[in-house]
Design a binder for this molecule. Sequence first.
Ligand code: ZN
Length: 301
Amino acid sequence: MCNSDDNGKNAHICLDMQLPQQDVLRAAELAIAENAENAPTGDIDVVRKLGVDPTSTVEAFGAVLTGKKWQPGRKLRVRHLDGDPQIHAKVEHYAKMWEQYANLTFEFGNDPDSEIRISYHHDNRSWSYLGTDALAIAPDTETMHYGWLHPTTTDEEFRRVIVHEFGHAIGMIHEQSHPEISIKWDVPAVYRRYESQGWTKAQVDSNVFFKYSKLVTQFSEYDRSSIMHYPIPPELTTDGVAVGWNTDLSAKDKAFIARIYPKPQPAPAMDMGPPGAVPPPPAAQPAAAISGPVRIRRTWG
Ligand SMILES: [Zn+2]
């Protein structure tokens, strides 16, 4: 159990995994080949407003605007590279919670070309690459990692961690990086807390304080109940506002991912009624899916 004995002070919290700088452009090419919607839609001026290093190349600018969304309907192969079969079974069970809402399927097996590769080591770190970034990782290398799961871990903790990491694997960012969030952080206290757990200052900046620009993300209303949100104890904010431990998909998580990866709509019934009857009006069309980059991850610096 991670969250009760010490009020979260030594809690197990996911750390975002970013691609090495030299892989960013190739990852962008792979992302666009996967789903043409990932292609940058902004222009260089837009990117400059994001504060990107102006000495970067035009190609790097473009990569920043490239999405990481899988093709809707995709079957994503998932392979365990090591680990305990009891834990594998938990991972497979909870990962599939996303399938109820997203038009994606996880197929677990030993395919060497699996898009998602999971490794397990007790190093107290759990993470996943974001969406199609996994395509840029060497095929014998992990794209997702669990560092504190044991056969005796509670089901609530299995669900919290596994659903969260698979959220990253389908492109979701941390909710505390929401473009419209306004948390009144006690900045020195936040650094002290996370540095005491071995994080660098840069990791705190990237994982806790960083906010995405509205220009490069698709987002729904900020959701403090999201499975993608870090817990925030009240002592880390100047106004005492806190966020609890979210251990399950929220209603907004479900609605958001259903819009990003829409399931095919059933064809309207063709019941024309008795001869001479007026045909029924056409069924209402489903809301259009969001287009453009999906909650893409910052890819520079
Ligand atoms: Zn995370």
